[in-house]
Design a binder for this molecule. Sequence first.
Ligand code: FES
Ligand code: FES
Length: 169
Amino acid sequence: MKTYHLNINNKAVRVEAEADTPMLWVIRDYVHLKGTKFGCGMGLCGACTIHLDGQPVRSCQTPVSSVKATGKITTIEGISANIEHVVQKAWIEEQVPQCGYCQSGQIMSAVALLNTNADPTDEDIDNYMAGNICRCGTYQRIRSAIHLAAARMKSESGSREKNLKQSSH
Ligand code: FES
Ligand code: FES
């Protein structure tokens, strides 16, 4: 056992764990955040997706010892404070989830996609989201929700720019 100092959702967290403990179990069992799901445990389904320094990673394949003390971990519970909230709203509006099990991983990947590509095509979405499996087959609604979130983000940043221009006159 070793002590690890982590930053999870902008909170300092100290855990005692074996070096090879996957972040999935650190998050769920040590930190008690249950939104990140265990699917395959082999890096194949995406249910356990979290962000490490803004990049989507499979937490079942990320040993705690590989995360630097300066690394910023974000889970589904940590994305609501800023722009990503738009993605969750779009998910609700498009009624994406069926059983819901894969959806936190889907949202984490969608947020990462929109952070790098503000206006993805269907092909971009399919390529980027290919590692997130949904056994209920909600792919069509996932696509629609990502397009909706992208449109909202675009119109929000347009109004922000307009307000900035008006306040500078
Ligand atoms: S549980 Fe991690 S990829 Fe499936
Ligand atoms: S909503 Fe059931 S697995 Fe995706």
